[in-house]
Design a protein. Structure first.
Length: 152
């Protein structure tokens, strides 16, 4: 079980989107990366990436990843982001979550994914209502997604 950068997770989603010719926007990539992180915490009690996630206006954002995707504006992401690591194929847990998130959420727009992360009680909402733009604690993300996983 290897924890990698949010960039590596983003590149996994970009690869899936390219394979299915279903381009993604910056917002979609951000939210899919966050969802995969949340479900990994909920299912396996371990983080998927080591970068901090913040509560921004449109939902959870990893600032370092945002900076790398910013050049695409609100258009489609047309290339992978620079990353020194990758999601290794032998990490079956990580790949299973990434693939499940892609299947379950990859077809949704950035706005739909943003709305999903704004639900009452969500990690974003918990932090946004206390201190906007601050870090969403990994423990908060894990507890929320553990609750979602347990209800399925």
């Amino acid at each position: 079980m290897i924890t990698v950068s949010a960039h590596a997770i983003a590149n996994a989603f970009i690869t899936l989107s390219e394979a299915q010719r279903r381009p993604l926007t910056n917002m979609q990539v951000q939210k899919l990366v966050f969802l995969a992180h949340g479900y990994t915490l909920g299912l396996y009690d371990r983080p998927l990436y080591f970068d901090n996630t913040h509560a921004w206006q449109w939902g959870p954002v990893t600032p370092k990843l945002y900076k790398s995707l910013q050049k695409f504006g609100s258009g489609f992401v047309t290339s992978k982001v620079p990353s020194q690591d990758f999601v290794p194929g032998e990490d079956r847990e990580a790949w299973s979550v990434i693939e499940a998130v892609w299947q379950g959420y990859g077809h949704r727009s950035g706005g739909q994914l943003s709305a999903l992360t704004h639900k009452n009680g969500s990690p974003w909402e918990q932090v946004w209502n206390k201190e906007r733009f601050s870090i969403i604690p990994t423990e908060t993300i894990g507890a929320y997604y553990r609750g979602l996983v347990e209800t399925v």
